[in-house]
Write a protein that binds this ligand. Structure first.
Ligand SMILES: NC(=O)c1ccc[n+]([C@@H]2O[C@H](COP(=O)([O-])OP(=O)(O)OC[C@H]3O[C@@H](n4cnc5c(N)ncnc54)[C@H](O)[C@@H]3O)[C@@H](O)[C@H]2O)c1
Length: 371
């Protein structure tokens, strides 16, 4: 079976995490890498880790003999051997590199968040469409076994109509990134865009587009919004609360957590509590749902499968990733104005078509206006 030939742009925490999984993959090969840091380009990767131990992140000295090494994304994109470009660069570089790669006829798997602005997202989508190439944003939470199990249970109606959802993602300021770009809000968008976007994306994947967004937030060490608490409201009275940030005092162990409460039960999981999702449907009735699998590996497998089969990336469409950036910006507008931000029916109709969700959501069907 032929392997999809990848070029990896950016050899930091996420580049190394993806590299370790793609190398030796039965359906993929890494043929090129790029980083402007000569040490990293030579395969000297040290042992720095990101906010989360994603396991398997390649570290130490890595042999790259069979792989072309470039200092700039443009050189990697020009390599005719590269079929797909994996973008694991600082966020402010995503749009430019993705568009150049798509225009050169490459498929693109781009780390989240999609881009700094909605306008950049639009340009990325247009480049993919104009060149007939696959673009997918690596919103890994959609492929995270526990979140996927929860979505599956909700879509199957296991807890009945959802009344409210809580999503939380908190840690201390990230200090590992190259030249500390994460703590420069102009390059990262602060925790609001970088970290919290995971929950923004999952909330609308699960529930659809809200009718209003209200948020409070705090500026932090990045100079941007580094802590946010948001409430999203739906026409049927259901709501979601989302809290995210990286302002906790170090050392603080990063954690992510979700609970979904329906009229017939509650689903919950926190990374700090182990691997099983808990489903409670009565006072003595606890059903642990075992979850295993590697989110990054599953995300890569899905992208490769779509490219090879020529199928659209329905589980994580570019327009749904664009909606996540747009919703994060609405939260920011609410923080800056102190007001509830309503979403027009027209906007919700357009964005609802972009959630990329599978089965229709069980709750508040009127919250999902027909397109
Ligand atoms: N999916 C997740 O859970 C997750 C987790 C962390 C980060 N991310 C995302 O992944 C992306 C990368 O983050 P990271 O944590 O790996 O950052 P990082 O700082 O660890 O790595 C970035 C790499 O890009 C290189 N680089 C920077 N500018 C360059 C340029 N102009 N040309 C070539 N190389 C350049 C740096 O030298 C570094 O090796 C970001 O968009 C981030 O938001 C996703």
């Amino acid at each position: 079976m032929s392997r999809l030939r990848f070029g990896v742009c950016g050899l930091g925490f996420m580049g190394r995490s993806h590299f370790a999984r793609l190398r030796g993959h039965s359906r993929a090969a890494i043929v090129a890498i790029c980083d402007h840091d000569a040490r990293r380009r030579s395969g000297d990767w040290g042992d720095e880790l990101g906010n989360l131990d994603l396991g398997q992140a390649a570290a130490g000295r890595v042999a790259l003999d069979d792989i072309a090494a470039y200092a700039t994304p443009d050189e990697l994109i020009a390599d005719p051997n590269v079929e797909a470009v994996l973008i694991t660069l600082p966020t402010a570089l995503h749009a430019g590199v993705a568009i150049a790669a798509l225009q050169a006829g490459k498929h693109v798997l781009c780390e989240k968040p999609m881009a700094m602005t909605v306008g950049d997202c639009d340009r990325m989508i247009r480049a993919a469409e104009a060149n007939g190439r696959t673009l997918m944003v690596a919103q890994c939470i959609r492929f995270w076994p526990q979140y996927e199990a929860i979505k599956h249970c909700v879509d199957e109606g296991r807890i009945g109509s959802v009344r409210f959802v809580g999503l939380r993602r908190l840690g201390c300021p990230p200090t590992y990134s190259a030249e500390n770009w994460l703590l420069d809000g102009r390059q990262s968008g602060g925790a609001l865009l970088d970290l919290h976007v995971h929950d923004v994306d999952f909330a609308h994947y699960l529930l659809g587009i809200p009718e209003s967004v209200y948020a409070r937030g705090t500026r932090g060490p990045s100079g941007g919004i580094d802590h946010v608490t948001a409430t999203w409201a739906y026409p049927d009275g259901s709501y979601a609360t989302l809290e995210g940030g990286w302002v906790l005092a170090a050392p603080w162990t990063f954690d992510m957590e979700i609970s979904v409460h329906g009229e017939r039960g509650t689903l919950g999981w926190a990374m700090s509590r182990g691997s099983e999702v808990v489903l409670r449907t009565g006072s003595d009735d606890v059903e642990p749902i075992p979850c295993d699998g590697d989110a990054l590996r599953r995300e890569q497998d899905y992208f490769i499968e779509c490219v090879v089969a020529g199928r659209p990336v329905e589980a994580c469409t570019p327009s749904s990733s664009r909606a996540s950036i747009a919703l994060a910006w609405l939260e920011r507008r609410s923080i800056e104005t102190g007001r509830v931000v309503p979403l027009s029916d027209r906007l919700r109709r357009v964005w609802s078509g972009a959630t990329g969700s599978g089965p229709a959501r069980v709750i508040g069907r009127d919250a999902q206006p027909s397109a």
